[in-house]
Design a protein around this ligand. Structure first.
Ligand code: GLN
Length: 490
C-alpha cells in the first residue's frame, strides 16, 4: 500500500507498529501535494517546514510510547479555522495577511491529540458558495475531472481528501458545505449537531447555522475525528453541555446487529423537487434497496415545509453574515485601503476592495433585510419558517431513526456553469440546508457514479445528538457498497 492511500486508522496502525514514521508519511503527502496540487488547487497555504517539525516531534513521542488518538497523522484544515502562526485567509482579500494569535478549539484539540497540520484548504470566500468558485485566490477543481467543481464551500478540504493529499480534513457546514463537496468528490462528510463541536476560532459566517465537521476517506475515520473535536467549550456559549459518546462504537453496533430495527424516512417532497437529475435518482433508489437488504425499514414521511427552505435560509444566513462581517472594517484586522483621507471613505474602499462580489451581495441583502421596517417581513418571517422546519423534523423522528435523501439534485457541475447565476446556485442547496436550519446532524456517503464518472453521494439526517445512528447506518452502507477504497487517478 502506498502511503497516501492510508486512512487515519491505517496510518495509526502503521505508526504504532513502527512500520512507518510520521516524517515519512508527512513527506510523502507533501511531495504529492507539490506534484499534483497545481492542477487541483486544494490548498491556500502549505507550511512544509512546520508540518515536518510537528512530524519529527510526533516520531519522538512514538519512540517514547507516548501515543494519542492522532499522533503523527496529517490532517488538512479549511482556511476558515484559526491556526496560531499560520495565515488564515477565509479565501478573502480582506484577510490576506491575517495570522491568528491563537488556535481555534478544534485546532487545539487536534494538536493535543497529536495530529500534524499539513495545510489550509481553499473555500468559497467566508464559506459563501456551493462550488469553491467564490475564492479570492483560485478555483479548486474536482480531482475526478478537473473541468468540474469540487462543490463548496469546503471544496478544498473535500478535494484534498479525495486527491489523497492528507489522511482526513476538517470542513465547516452552514448549509451543506461539508456534505455537498464530500458528495461531489466521493468522500465522507459529517455535519455534527449544532453545538456538538465548539465554534471558537471558526471565523463566523452565520453563527446560528455554522458547524465544524470531518471530511474523511471512510465512515470509521469520521467517527474517530468526531471523537477528537466534540465536546462542551466554555469559549463558545452555544456549545452544548452533552456527553460525547465514543462514536467508533457505532461500528460495533453494526457488526453486532446489522441495521435491523432501524427505520429510514424517505421524504416524499424531496423527489418531486424540480430539476432533480435522473442519475441522482437512480443512485438514491439503489441506496434504498441496499438499506432494505441490511434490515432497514423504509417509510414514506413528509417534510411539508421543504418548499420554503431555500428562501428562508437565504434570508437568515445573509442577515447573520452582514452582522458578523461588520468587524472587517480595515481598522482591526487584515487589509486596509490607504488611499482615502477620511474614516468613512476608508471603510468604504476597504470593504469594496477587500470583499468579493458574492460576499458583498450577501452583506447588502442581509443589511437590507435587517433594516428597520423590513426586519419583521424578512428576518422575522424567515425565523418563523425555520421553527416550522424544525417541527417537520421533530415530527419525522417520531416514526423514523434517520431521514434518507440525495445530497444535491445533480452531480458536480462544470466550472463556470453557474457562477454568474447565484439563484440557480442557491437552488442546488435544497437537500442540505434543512439540517442546519433544524440544528440536526447529517452525513454524506459515496453511493455511486454518474455516467461521466463523477461521484454521487447519499445523505442521512438524524435527531439532535444522534450522530451514532448516522455512523452506524453509514458504516453498514459503506461496507456493502465498498466505494471507500475508490479514489481518482491524478
Ligand atoms: N451554499 C450555502 C451558502 O452559500 C452553504 C454554504 C456553507 O455551508 N458554508 O450559503
Amino acid at each position: 500500500m502506498e502511503y497516501h492511500e492510508l486512512t487515519i486508522e491505517g496510518a495509526k496502525k502503521h505508526l504504532l507498529e513502527k512500520k512507518l514514521s510520521s516524517v515519512d508519511l508527512t513527506s510523502a503527502l507533501l511531495d504529492r501535494i507539490e506534484k499534483f496540487d497545481d492542477g487541483i488547487g486544494a490548498f491556500i497555504t502549505v507550511d512544509k517546514q512546520m508540518a515536518l517539525e510537528e512530524a519529527e516531534n510526533a516520531d519522538k513521542d512514538i519512540a517514547n510510547n507516548k501515543f494519542s488518538t492522532l499522533t503523527g497523522v496529517p490532517i488538512a484544515l479549511k482556511d476558515l479555522l484559526c491556526t496560531k502562526g499560520i495565515k488564515t485567509t477565509c479565501a478573502s482579500k480582506i484577510l490576506d495577511n491575517f495570522v491568528p494569535q491563537y488556535n481555534g478549539t478544534v485546532v487545539q484539540k487536534l494538536k493535543e491529540s497529536g495530529a500534524i497540520i499539513i495545510g489550509k484548504t481553499n473555500l468559497d470566500e467566508f464559506a459563501m458558495g456551493s462550488s469553491t468558485e467564490n475564492s479570492a485566490y483560485k478555483n479548486t477543481t474536482n480531482p475526478w475531472n478537473k473541468a468540474y467543481v469540487p462543490g463548496g464551500s469546503s471544496g478544498g478540504s473535500a478535494a484534498a481528501v479525495s486527491a489523497q493529499f492528507c489522511c482526513a480534513a476538517l470542513g465547516t457546514d452552514t448549509g451543506g458545505s461539508i456534505r455537498q463537496p464530500a458528495s461531489h468528490c466521493g468522500v465522507v462528510g459529517l455535519k455534527p449537531t449544532y453545538g456538538r463541536v465548539s465554534r471558537f476560532g471558526l471565523v463566523s459566517y452565520a453563527s446560528s447555522l455554522d458547524q465544524i465537521g470531518p471530511i474523511t476517506k471512510d465512515v470509521k475515520d469520521a467517527a474517530v475525528l468526531l471523537n477528537v473535536i466534540s465536546g462542551n467549550d466554555k469559549m463558545d456559549s452555544t456549545s452544548a453541555k452533552v456527553d460525547v459518546p465514543d462514536f467508533t462504537k457505532a461500528m460495533d453496533q453494526f457488526e453486532k446487529g446489522s441495521l435491523k430495527g432501524l427505520t429510514a424516512g424517505i421524504p416524499k417532497e424531496y423527489l418531486s423537487v424540480e430539476g432533480i437529475d435522473p442519475e441522482v435518482e437512480k443512485v438514491f433508489n439503489e441506496a434504498k434497496l441496499i438499506f432494505k437488504d441490511l434490515g432497514v425499514q423504509l417509510k414514506e414521511i413528509s417534510l411539508p415545509h421543504t418548499d420554503y427552505v431555500v428562501a428562508a435560509y437565504y434570508i437568515i444566513a445573509p442577515c447573520e453574515a452582514s452582522s458578523n462581517l461588520a468587524r472587517f472594517d480595515g481598522v482591526k484586522y487584515g487589509f486596509r485601503d490607504t488611499s482615502s483621507d477620511d474614516l468613512i471613505d476608508m471603510y468604504k474602499k476597504t470593504k469594496s476592495k477587500g470583499f468579493g462580489p458574492e460576499v458583498q451581495r450577501r452583506i447588502i441583502i442581509g443589511t437590507y433585510a435587517l433594516s428597520a421596517g423590513y426586519y419583521d417581513a424578512y428576518y422575522g418571517r424567515a425565523s418563523q419558517v425555520r421553527t416550522l422546519i424544525m417541527e417537520d423534523f421533530s415530527n419525522a423522528f417520531k416514526s423514523c431513526d434517520f431521514v434518507l435523501s440525495p445530497v444535491a439534485p445533480a452531480p458536480a457541475f462544470k466550472i463556470g456553469e453557474k457562477v454568474d447565476d447565484p439563484l440557480t446556485m442557491y437552488l442546488t442547496d435544497i437537500f442540505t440546508l434543512s439540517a442546519n436550519m433544524a440544528g440536526i446532524p447529517g452525513i454524506s456517503i459515496p453511493a455511486g457514479y454518474a455516467s461521466n464518472g463523477l461521484p454521487i453521494g447519499i445523505q442521512m439526517m438524524s435527531n439532535r445528538f444522534d450522530e451514532m445512528s448516522l455512523l452506524r447506518a453509514g458504516y453498514g452502507f459503506e461496507k456493502t457498497i465498498q466505494l471507500n477504497k475508490k479514489f481518482p487517478n491524478l
